[in-house]
Design a binder for this molecule. Structure first.
Ligand code: FAD
Ligand code: NAI
Length: 467
């Protein structure tokens, strides 16, 4: 038996970052993670590294390269003949990127003197006891960071061959001729884009009548237009009645007009959200409270109902994003060390890594209207941005929402090239409670995509210089 100041259960972005920060603060720390590679080795980094952010972005990059070489290099006068897809090489590269990240976390644990325990962790007889591989360790503090699992459709369990969660969607061994996707959320759009670029005919079925309801309407409208032009078939307002797997997959559903329809595909990705993972923790045994949706119940500071037990990341309320999990991990470690950190939920950026990318932070126009906030809007299209024209990537726009009286930035919404990188400027400005004028007064390099930020900010006060 060992005693630690902190034991973290789960080595994803929430857990491993919490462990490192706690160790930096001089606490004795162990992190338990059960994930393993096909060879049985530790696969630290959680869903994000193994089956989420990293492999999906690797495939998005590779498939975009394939699409560019196949269809767009000619526009630059670069003639490429006989472009061929080597899917096994593409999947192999993705696995290599993942392995590099797994090893990176192990290295960081060694560097920061975090004890890594490979196995499944669960509470022992009391909340201060954690059992792993049959051994009990005591902990003054336990941080639960056990993440989430994909939600399945009723009566259509994932077999990862025909009915795929993110796990199968990231490793399809042969490009399906027809690919179905249930759910036009983040995974549906990203994985749908990957396989469409590689040659699949992709059809996405979405339950909600509005496309990308969480995004600003201007961005969602532009995105729907662009994705349709790319050939991503999308049907909104559907109700799935039955999914049957045989040679391929048959999906019976009701269309928005109530008509009974059938979609027959070679494989089906089901991406209808994720559920918190508390399996095998012995949560009930120690009296750990879950909320009505199965998340571990926590207060604003990630404290559970048990003294000295904290929970962070996908297993608690809030957006299921790696950087949100990380922020909570750092904050909890600092609270344990007696500091008073704060996580600002209003400045957590969202990114969808499609092409064009979609990114936003803060409120949407719909939200501001429903809250009765007096605001002004500034928009700037990438078609008027010199760098975007140089890149040959002029789709999309930047939209600023600022308070009508104070000019404080309330939300920034981008659809366009490198939106994932550009949104950081808006996050910084909002964190410092900056105004649209602040961004408009800052010198931005020319020619750069970031100039679209400046022009959109200037447009709030009708001062854009390039439109
Ligand atoms: P996880 O990353 O899920 O880690 C939990 C870890 O705990 C796992 O390693 C698991 O094996 C381990 N574990 C669970 N129970 C136990 C136990 N009892 N004992 C020991 N170990 C245990 N987010 C982004 O911000 N950007 C993206 O681009 C992005 N892309 C995504 C793409 C896909 C396809 C998916 C599925 C998700 C994506 N996400 C993305 C979401 C992101 O992966 C999650 O929000 C993030 O991983 C949550 O981190 P976490 O630490 O809470 O949990
Ligand atoms: P999601 O919540 O983004 O989207 C799920 C979609 O499925 C919604 O549009 C929902 O209306 C729809 N849906 C739900 N039930 C349905 C049904 N029965 N029939 C048809 N449609 C249905 O969830 P998703 O895409 O599974 O991703 C899970 C989470 O992972 C995301 O919420 C996000 O937090 C995270 N993620 C983040 C990424 C990023 O940051 N770039 C990338 C991928 C995932």
């Amino acid at each position: 038996m060992n005693s630690f100041d902190v034991v973290v259960i789960g080595g994803g972005p929430g857990g491993y970052i919490a462990a490192i920060r706690a160790a930096q603060l001089g606490l004795t720390v162990a992190c338990i993670d059960e994930a393993r590679t096909a060879e049985g080795k530790p696969a630290l980094g959680g869903t994000c590294t193994n089956l989420g952010c990293i492999p999906s972005k690797a495939l998005l990059q590779s498939s975009e390269n394939f699409e560019q070489a196949s269809h767009h290099f000619g526009e630059h006068g670069v003639r490429v003949k006989g472009v061929e897809l080597d899917l096994q090489a593409m999947l192999g590269r993705k696995d290599k990127v993942v392995k590099g990240s797994n090893d990176g976390v192990l290295y960081l644990f060694r560097k920061n003197k975090v004890t890594f325990l490979h196995g499944r962790g669960s509470f022992g007889k009391a909340a201060g006891e954690v059992v792993v591989n049959g051994e009990t360790h005591t902990a003054k503090n336990v941080i639960i960071a056990t993440g989430s699992n994909p939600r399945a459709l009723p009566d259509a369990a994932f077999d990862e061959k025909l009915i795929l969660s993110n796990t199968g969607a990231l490793a399809i061994p042969k490009v399906p001729k027809k690919l179905g996707v249930i759910g036009a959320g983040v995974i549906g759009l990203e994985m749908g884009s990957v396989w469409r670029r590689l040659g699949s005919e992709v059809t996405i079925l979405e339950a909600l009548p509005a496309f990308l309801g969480a995004a600003d309407e201007a961005v969602a409208k532009e995105a729907a237009k662009v994705f349709a032009k790319q050939g991503l078939n999308m049907e909104l307002g559907v109700q799935i009645s039955k999914v049957a797997a045989g040679k391929g997959v048959k999906v019976d559903y009701k269309g928005a007009d109530g008509a009974a329809k059938t979609l027959e595909v070679d494989r089906l990705i089901v991406s209808i959200g994720r559920v918190p993972n508390t399996t095998g923790l012995n949560a009930a045994g120690v009296g750990l409270k879950l909320d009505e949706r199965g998340f571990i119940a926590v207060d604003a500071d990630c404290r559970t109902n048990l003294p000295g037990v904290w929970a962070i990341g996908d297993v608690v309320r809030g957006p299921m994003l790696a950087h949100k999990a990380e922020e909570e991990g750092v904050a909890v470690a600092e609270r344990i060390a007696g500091q008073k950190p704060h996580v600002n939920f209003n400045t957590i950026p969202w990114v969808i890594y499609t092409s064009p990318e979609i990114a936003w932070v803060g409120k949407t126009e719909q939200q501001l209207k429903s809250e009765g906030v007096d605001f002004r809007t500034g928009m700037f299209p990438f078609s008027a941005n010199a760098r975007a024209r140089v890149l040959g990537d002029t789709t999309g726009l930047v939209k600023f929402l600022a308070h009508a009286k104070t000019d404080e930035i309330l939300g920034v919404h981008i659809i366009g090239p490198q939106a994932s990188e550009m949104i950081a400027e808006a996050v910084v400005a909002m964190e410092f409670r900056g105004s649209a004028q602040d961004i408009g007064m800052i010198c931005h390099a020319h020619p750069s995509l970031s100039e679209a930020m400046k022009d959109a900010a200037l447009a709030v006060n009708r001062r854009a210089l390039n439109i």
